[in-house]
Design a protein around this ligand. Structure first.
Ligand code: SAM
Length: 448
C-alpha cells in the first residue's frame, strides 16, 4: 500500500491513540471477502457468518465471481461486511412486520437496496434512487437480479424528494463521502483524498440531508452512513441536522465481540467500524428519528397508470405468483407490481424520473407476449407456466456469454435456462437450435 496522506495520518493518530499501529497493520493485510445471500433464491454458501447480518457470509478465498453462473442470477451480492450493519438499524429501529415505504436516496450500485429488499415484507415499497444516470442503470440491473417486484428505481436529484413531504417511513442516506474506510480495498480512494475533498463531501452531505428530511414522516427513521472516519462527515453532519430540525438519535444494541466502536457525542450515537477491530472495511452508521411534524401527502395521482387489455391481463396473471398482482404498461412493456403499492407507484410516477418500477414481465407485440429478462430473474415468476432447461455450469457459462449451447430443449417456445435450479434467463427454442435471449450488454466477456 502506498503512503497514507499526511493530513489523514495526523488526524487518525489523534483519533486512534495507541491503536494507530494496529490500524496501519490492518491496512497492510488483504481485505476479507464477503457475500450477502439472496434469501429468495435458494442459494447456500459455506463460510463464517457476518455477526451482524443474517445473510452475510465470509468466504475463505475470493473466487472469480464472474465465472459463477448464479452470481449473474442474483443468488448473492458481493458486499464488504461492515456495511451489512444496516440490517441492525432496520431490525432494531423499525417494525419490519408493518408496511414500510423506504427511500434509499444514493443507492447505486445497489448493495444497501438489495439488502433492504431482503428485510422488507411483501407489502412494503423501496424507492431506490441514484442521481447519476449511468449508475442508475447499474442499480436497476442489480435490483432486477435480486428479483423483488416491490422496488422502484428512480434517477432524481435528492432535492426532488423534498416535495414528497411526509411520504417515507424510512430514508437511507448512504452518503457520497471521502472514502477513508476504503483505502485498503481501493487505493484510488486514497489518491482522491484531500482535506478540501472532506470539506466538500461534508457540505454535500448536509445538502442531501436537508433535501430529503421533509420527505420523512413524523417519527420516521433516517439511517445515515458513510465509509469514512472523520467527524466532519459523520457526527458533525448529524449534529448540524439536529440544530436545524427536531430529531432524536437512536441507540442500537451491539455485542462486544463484534468489535464496533459505539461513540456518543453531543447526544448522537455513532457506530464506527475500523479494520483492525472488525472483519470488514471502515464504515460509520447512525440512526435518527424525526420528531418534527410532517403531513402525509395525498396519494392522488394526476394520471393513473396505463393498463393492458383484459385479454393480456388475464395472460399476464398466469405468469406471476404475486399475491394481488397489478399490471401496467409503459411504452410496449408490461410491468407487474403488488396491489399493495399500486397507489404509491402511480403517485410517484407523477413526481419522479423512473428507470424501472416493479418487474418488467413482457413486451407486448401484436397481442403476443415476449418475456423480458427481468421476468426470468423475478422471484414471483410462475415457473410452472414455462418450459425449463437445467444446464450444467459449462453450458450455463456459454449461455451467459451468448455462445451456442450444447443443450437443446424438448419443445419449441420460450424456455427458462436454469443452473443449480436458479433461473439465468430465456431462450427461444426452435426446431433444432435455441435463440439466446440473454441481454447483450450483460454478457460475460471474461475468458476462463
Ligand atoms: N448505497 C450504495 C450501495 O450500498 O451500493 C452506495 C452509494 S455510494 C456510497 C454514494 C452514491 O451517491 C453514489 O452512487 C453516487 O453516485 C451518489 N451521489 C453522488 N453525488 C450525489 C449527490 N449530490 N446527491 C446524491 N447522491 C450522490
Amino acid at each position: 500500500m502506498s503512503l497514507l496522506p499526511v493530513a489523514f495520518e495526523d488526524r487518525m493518530k489523534l483519533t486512534l491513540g495507541n491503536e494507530w499501529n494496529a490500524f496501519t497493520q490492518a491496512l497492510q493485510t488483504t481485505a476479507p471477502t464477503s457475500i450477502r445471500i439472496n434469501p429468495f433464491k435458494n442459494h447456500v454458501a459455506a463460510g463464517e457468518q457476518v455477526p451482524w447480518s443474517t445473510f452475510g457470509v465470509y468466504l475463505s478465498e475470493r473466487p472469480k465471481f464472474t465465472l459463477d453462473p448464479v452470481f449473474h442470477a442474483g443468488a448473492y451480492y458481493v458486499q464488504e461486511a461492515s456495511s451489512m450493519f444496516l440490517e441492525q438499524a432496520f431490525r432494531q429501529a423499525t417494525d419490519l412486520t408493518k408496511k414500510l415505504r423506504v427511500l434509499d436516496v444514493s443507492a447505486a450500485p445497489g448493495g444497501k437496496s438489495t439488502h433492504i429488499l431482503s428485510l422488507l415484507n411483501n407489502e412494503s415499497l423501496l424507492v431506490a434512487n441514484e442521481v447519476i444516470r449511468s449508475r442508475a442503470t447499474i442499480l436497476a440491473e442489480n435490483i432486477q437480479k435480486w428479483g423483488c417486484s416491490n422496488a422502484i428505481v428512480t434517477n432524481n436529484d435528492p432535492e426532488d424528494f423534498t416535495r414528497l413531504g411526509g411520504f417515507f417511513d424510512v430514508v437511507v442516506v448512504d452518503a457520497p463521502c471521502s472514502g477513508e474506510g476504503l483505502f485498503r480495498k481501493d487505493p484510488e480512494a486514497m489518491k482522491e483524498w484531500s482535506p478540501e475533498n472532506v470539506d466538500l463531501c461534508g457540505k454535500r452531505q448536509r445538502r442531501i440531508l436537508a433535501d430529503v428530511w421533509p420527505a420523512l414522516k413524523q417519527d420516521g427513521i433516517l439511517i445515515y452512513s458513510t465509509c469514512t472516519y472523520n467527524r466532519f462527515e459523520n457526527e458533525e453532519t448529524l449534529q448540524w441536522l439536529r440544530e436545524q430540525q427536531d430529531a432524536e438519535s437512536i441507540e442500537l444494541k451491539t455485542e462486544t465481540g463484534w468489535g464496533i466502536d459505539h461513540v456518543v457525542e453531543n447526544g448522537i450515537h455513532g457506530y464506527h467500524f475500523y479494520p483492525h477491530k472488525v472483519k470488514g472495511e471502515g464504515f460509520f452508521l447512525s440512526v435518527i428519528r424525526k420528531k418534527d411534524e410532517a403531513q402525509e401527502p395525498n396519494l392522488k395521482a394526476r394520471k393513473g397508470l396505463n393498463t393492458p387489455s383484459k385479454k393480456i391481463e388475464e395472460e399476464l396473471k398466469t405468469w406471476t405468483t404475486l399475491n394481488d398482482p397489478k399490471f401496467f404498461t409503459w411504452n410496449e412493456t408490461a410491468f407487474a407490481i403488488s396491489g399493495s403499492i399500486y397507489k404509491e407507484t402511480a403517485f410517484l410516477l407523477d413526481h419522479l424520473k423512473f428507470v424501472q418500477a416493479g418487474t418488467a414481465l413482457a413486451t407486448i407485440k401484436h397481442d403476443k407476449l415476449i418475456p423480458e429478462h427481468a421476468a426470468a430473474l423475478a422471484i414471483h415468476l410462475n415457473r410452472d407456466n414455462f418450459q425449463q432447461l437445467e444446464v450444467p455450469e459449462d453450458d450455463a457459462l456459454k449461455y451467459l456469454r451468448k455462445e451456442a449451447m450444447l443443450a437443446q430443449a424438448d419443445k419449441k417456445g420460450y424456455t427458462l435456462i436454469t443452473n443449480r435450479g436458479i433461473p439465468l434467463g430465456w431462450v427461444n427454442a426452435l426446431d433444432s437450435r435455441m435463440n439466446n435471449l440473454y441481454p447483450k450488454e450483460w454478457r460475460i466477456r471474461m475468458a476462463g
